[in-house]
Design a binder for this molecule. Structure first.
Ligand code: 6R9
Length: 646
């Protein structure tokens, strides 16, 4: 199936913003003259003070800098709202579809302006100033977008924490960026169930003495405890301030937001994005990748707690004056037709979701899809993990009725926006491939020693040059930034992904090559899960690996050594799974826990994860070289134990 090619259809070649000839020309130009290329692209942004310098980048660890448009100034909320008001004040900026299909809201650009200004005024009244960090722990309600844009309006730096994260994870993120303000809701609502956001916040804040203010947005109206002097009812405060607020002039390289993401080691990294380059990049890629046209209804199903929500629900679409749909619910509530019903309700033209959702919905067959119209759809997007050819074909055939190109977009929290992706009018599609680099993007494959691989090859994916949406640092730890990304292959950006390039120069991302697990498109570090497990007093040691899973893509397999005297029972396995869900996140919950008296270690004490991975995958016939193991007998014992658990 990997050889299937779906050529660009004549109608797409005709109508698209960028056809094949234009792609070839523009790509060549973007590589030959990146400064000229990105100078032109940045014209789409309204600058307060125009930049004179486009790019100043060096990835040499000893002489390191990444700066784009550095002497320009702007305001992101003005670019996403105010500048559209003259012509689009009555156009819909956000359609909000509630978890309950009977609940929805329509927010015009004028209303968005007023709400964002109110939010900004409330923040200012609470003493928030330019450069301050604000933690946002909200469900998928319009106030999440308002809060983000309000921070941008006053130059504050937001850190959105996914509402599925535990109190501990929230506390760590608040502490790491030193925010004194948290914005949350009484409760969230997903799939008919409530999520105790205010309660989680209260628990988190027992560890965060520096938080002086909590703004509580009413979502369900549940009665929640409010701490005197600390907690404020957001709507009460908002009613007292005017719907206008002077935007703050911000430098292109001033920070816009921090977003925490898992890495292969240590605690999650605060990925820092700045203002001018990021906005330029996400606005541009939103337009060209999705072939966005004025009037289109665009729906990205991600959560604003992830980078996809930042770049392609909020900033990219709003900078383009688009109508962006925000969905509070889940794909299978009240029924497995929900996505398609929402598409029909709003006449969605562009739909962007994750492979894990497609795979889950495939299980229910075609009928729940086919009973809906979907006639408005023009383009289907995918993001978050490799999309297997079977899921790709189902998406294309069943959801898109063989009319809509499937645009598989590869990128990362670190990259800010899409880097490898087809363009619908320019790129012949191959199911399962993210296809070709976008403008200015220079992918390369290298082997373990850093040797460049030419032509058709498989290796580690690195990038050779910067793009405006690239992250600028790990918040508070610049050395970690340089070490993580630019030192493995000195002077090149290491993505952490493995990749194959075929004879046609198409890229096929194969998944992480580091200790990051991708569960349903959500990144988890094995180290984070291990440290959550050993926080449990019954656990002595833990080693976590990924194994393939039909729907989630990858699932979590945990090898656990218990403290002396602890019996290895199924009940304890369940207890540990719940422990991880509670202390880290339900997404991180191990699917399998295998108790073992010891782990395979080298004589220097390193756990041999390669072996643990193979055992988890059930591929025990060829375990490779085990001669460096301190006690090779451990392996046979583990294989036996694994048989009884699967
Ligand atoms: C946007 C986002 C990044 C990691 C990335 C890769 C995987 C994302 C993909 C994909 C294959 C795609 N990934 N999109 N793999 N094909 N189209 O997901 O950011 O949460 O930081 O994850 O996700 O492994 O390195 P993030």
């Amino acid at each position: 199936m990997q050889d299937t090619v779906l050529p660009v259809t004549p109608d797409w070649a005709e109508r698209a913003l960028i056809d094949r000839a234009a792609y070839d020309d523009m790509y060549a130009q973007s590589i030959a003259d990146p400064e000229g290329f990105w100078r032109d692209v940045a014209k789409r942004i309204d600058w307060i003070k125009p930049f004179t310098k486009v790019k100043d980048v060096s990835w040499d660890p000893d002489d390191f800098r990444i700066r784009w448009y550095e002497d320009g100034t702007l305001n992101v909320s003005v670019n996403c709202i105010d500048r559209h008001l003259a012509r689009h004040s009555h156009h819909v900026a956000i359609y909000w579809e509630g978890d309950d299909p009977r609940e929805s809201r329509t927010i015009t650009y004028q209303e968005l302006h007023d709400e964002v200004c109110r939010f900004a005024n409330v923040l200012t009244m609470q003493g928030v100033k330019k450069g301050d960090r604000v933690t946002i722990y909200l469900p998928m309600i319009p106030e999440a977008a308002y809060a983000m844009l309000a921070c941008a309006r006053i130059g504050a730096v937001h850190s959105v924490v996914f509402a599925g994260f535990s109190p501990d994870s929230l506390a760590n993120r608040i502490q790491d960026c030193g925010s004194e303000i948290v914005i949350t809701a009484d409760q969230g609502l997903r799939g008919g169930k409530t999520v105790p956001l205010k309660l989680n916040t209260d628990l988190a804040l027992t560890q965060c003495p520096n938080v002086r203010r909590v703004l509580v947005v009413k979502r369900t109206g549940a009665k929640v405890p409010m701490q005197d002097g600390r907690d404020i009812d957001y709507f009460e405060a908002a009613a007292k301030v005017p719907p206008v607020c002077q935007p703050v002039e911000v430098g292109a390289e001033d920070p816009l937001f921090i977003l925490y993401t898992s890495g292969s080691t240590g605690k999650p990294k605060g990925v820092l994005h700045t203002t001018g380059g990021y906005l330029t990049f996400v606005a541009y890629t939103h337009e060209i990748v999705f072939d966005y046209r004025p009037g289109d209804i665009y729906w990205c199903t991600a959560d604003v707690g992830w980078v996809t929500g930042h770049s392609y629900i909020v900033y990219g679409p709003l900078a383009n004056a688009a109508t962006t749909l925000m969905f509070e619910g889940v794909p299978n509530y009240p029924s497995v037709s929900r996505f398609w019903e929402v598409i029909d309700k709003y006449k969605v033209n562009i739909f962007y979701t994750a492979p894990t959702a497609i795979r889950a919905l495939m299980r229910d067959g075609e009928e729940p899809v086919k009973k809906t119209s979907r006639a408005s759809l023009r383009l289907l997007g995918s993001v978050g993990e490799p999309i297997n050819p079977e899921a790709w074909m189902w998406y294309w055939r069943v959801v898109g009725d063989e009319r809509c190109p499937v645009i598989d977009t590869w990128w990362q929290t670190e990259t800010g926006g899409i880097l490898i992706s087809p363009l619908p009018g320019a790129t012949d599609l191959k199911p399962g491939s993210a296809t070709k680099p976008l403008f200015g993007v220079r992918p390369e494959l290298v082997d373990a020693d850093g040797k460049t691989l030419e032509g058709a090859a498989s290796g580690n994916l690195v990038l050779l040059d910067s793009w405006p949406g690239q992250m600028r640092t790990v918040y508070g730890d610049h050395a970690r930034f340089i070490n993580t990304y630019f030192s493995t292959y000195r002077g090149k950006y290491f993505t952490g992904d493995g990749c194959r390039r075929d004879e046609d120069g198409y890229y096929w991302i194969t998944g992480r090559v580091d200790d990051v697990i991708n569960v349903s498109g959500h990144r988890l570090g094995t180290a984070e899960i291990e440290s959550a497990l050993v926080e449990n007093l019954k656990v002595a040691e833990a080693a976590v690996v990924a194994y393939p899973h039909d729907i989630k893509g990858q699932a979590v397999y945990a090898y656990v050594t218990l403290k002396a005297g602890q019996p290895a029972t199924p009940a304890l396995a369940d207890e540990l799974k719940a422990f991880v869900a509670q202390h880290l996140s339900p997404i991180a919950k191990p699917d399998v826990i295998l108790f073992t008296p010891s782990l395979p270690k080298t004589r220097s004490g390193k756990i041999m994860r390669r072996i643990l991975r193979k055992i988890a995958e059930g591929e025990t016939s060829n375990l490779g070289d085990t001669s460096t193991l301190a006690d090779p007998a451990v392996v046979g014992d583990l294989i036996e134990r694994a048989k009884h658990i699967g």
